[in-house]
Design a protein around this ligand. Structure first.
Ligand code: AMP
Length: 454
């Protein structure tokens, strides 16, 4: 076709760059900005707990052969709708979703699995030796009602094993969870169930609905609504009336086909072999749509008697999700996530302390302007030599600095004053016995090494 015969429409297209650069006229609100509801500052005094949990998780993940991955906080809204599923609370009620200035529908991630699966597919990880074991951690967002231990921005550590249907991997993942939690000092139980395949689940849902329909008016309000939208979630209800009705409900395990039953039995045998304690829990369904076969949650032993105790870790197998998201072949997988805030709460309740910051080897004290300048450089030299050094460059008086050094429980305090600057020496004070000696600055590193025995 010639250009003449197709008159071009003059639709003015704005490029993404133009959209980004377009200024927005804003009114400035003079009210003092405040923390948003459901959000939390993690203050310095909380950090030892975070370090303890995240360091333990990182070490355990490495030991079990996981590679670290990080995926963006913002993804296409559709990714979560497709994977988590409509009819689930996360997608229907809890997503932080918005339209970007460029008109894209996006969401803050409410969980990790979907993003990791997208990344696996986009980066062709199916060509890697299977299974691919990935772990990550970071913030997630759910617009839920905030309560004790439940936030709108919360943190998880997440593990995914992609590319194998083997039951041994279900058991290995559960074993990682068990050893990580007990290694942190928590007494836990694993509750486990099998959700079978999408077909067996469908048959079960029909049976459950048939059983519940005559009881509809006695169910709690949420469950009445779920009867049509997502009947499996009724099994999670905390309402005692609904729970009483559920006592005689059909059990998922009776609906499993041979293959699903075999897979489940095999997982349990591996767990027995590894001395991992578990309890069968026929009502455990988990909130997300994509689970198949094994589903599990770790709870505190102390919470065992509760109707629906808060989970510390939750996970399950998802054999069809990757294909649903565009993987070119069947890609069975299993994963789990640990709620960091929940773990820290449990640690505090059990009186378990986090990792204290390491005590300094050296406190570097200085008196006078020239010494202060030298101290700045010496601080960095000592740090690069591998010593844990601390100082307070804003203090002038030696007595103030010595009391800071003993408060920090430093092994040694170094004192640089005017005289030492002239003589090129430094005073080394042993904080344990109070003895001190003056040595040439050139001998400092050697002498510290001897004293601190690195
Ligand atoms: P889920 O992704 O819902 O299976 O949850 C996995 C873990 O994350 C749970 O076991 C909880 O410990 C934690 N978790 C889920 N939602 C929240 C929330 N809103 N605030 C704090 N922790 C949460």
């Amino acid at each position: 076709m010639s250009a003449k015969s197709t008159p071009k429409k003059t639709v003015k297209k704005t490029s993404d760059d133009e959209v980004v650069k377009k200024p927005v006229v804003r009114k400035v609100n003079k009210k003092r900005p405040q923390l948003l509801r459901g959000m939390k500052d993690i203050l310095p005094q909380e950090q030892p707990y975070w370090e303890f949990v995240l360091e333990s998780a990182a070490q355990t993940s490495r030991a079990y052969g996981y590679d670290r991955i990080d995926v963006p906080v913002v993804e296409e809204l559709n990714l979560f709708v497709r994977s988590i599923g409509t009819g689930t609370d996360v997608v229907d009620k809890e997503m932080y979703e918005f339209e970007t200035k460029g008109g894209d529908e996006v969401a803050l991630r409410p969980e990790f699995t979907a993003g990791i699966c997208r990344s696996y597919i986009e980066h062709g990880m199916m060509n890697l030796p299977k299974p691919v074991k990935l772990w990550t951690n970071g913030p997630l967002f759910r617009y839920d009602r905030p309560q004790a231990g439940r936030y709108r921005q919360f943190h998880q550590v997440d593990w995914e094993i992609i590319g194998s249907p083997q039951s041994a991997l279900d058991a290995e993942l559960i074993s990682l969870a068990y050893h990580l939690l007990t290694g942190l000092g928590l007494e836990v139980t694993c509750q486990i169930n099998s959700l079978g395949t999408p077909e067996t689940r469908k048959a079960y849902i029909t049976a459950l609905k048939d059983y519940l329909k005559p009881h509809k008016k006695n169910l709690d309000e949420d469950s009445q609504e779920r009867l049509t939208k997502n009947p499996l979630r009724i099994l999670d209800s905390k309402d005692p009336g609904t729970q009483a009705i559920l006592e005689d409900a059909p059990q998922m395990i009776d609906f499993l086909d041979d293959e699903s039953r075999e897979h489940f039995m095999s997982v349990l045998e591996y767990l027995d072999e590894g001395d991992i304690p578990y309890r069968l829990s026929s009502r455990l369904v988990r909130g997300l749509d994509y689970y198949t076969h094994t589903a599990f949650e770790f709870i505190l032993k102390a919470d065992e008697a509760e109707l629906s105790p808060p989970a510390l870790i939750g996970g399950g197998r998802y054999n069809y999700l990757l294909q649903e998201l565009g993987a070119p072949e069947e890609t069975p997988a299993i994963g789990m996530a640990m709620g960091v805030e929940r773990i820290i709460l449990a640690l505090k309740q059990a009186g378990i302390e986090g990792s204290p910051a390491p005590k300094p080897d050296v406190f570097l004290a200085q008196i006078g302007e020239t010494a202060r300048k030298r101290a700045l450089r010496l601080f960095e030299e000592l740090r690069q030599e591998g010593f844990v050094v601390t100082s307070n460059i804003s203090k002038n008086k030696l007595s103030d600095q010595l009391s800071l050094a003993s408060k920090a429980e430093a092994r040694v305090t170094l004192i640089l004053g005017q005289k030492e600057m002239i003589d090129n020496t430094i005073i080394v004070r042993d904080m344990e016995n109070g003895s001190q000696e003056t040595i040439p600055q050139d001998d400092l590193i050697r002498s510290l090494r001897k004293q601190i025995k690195q």
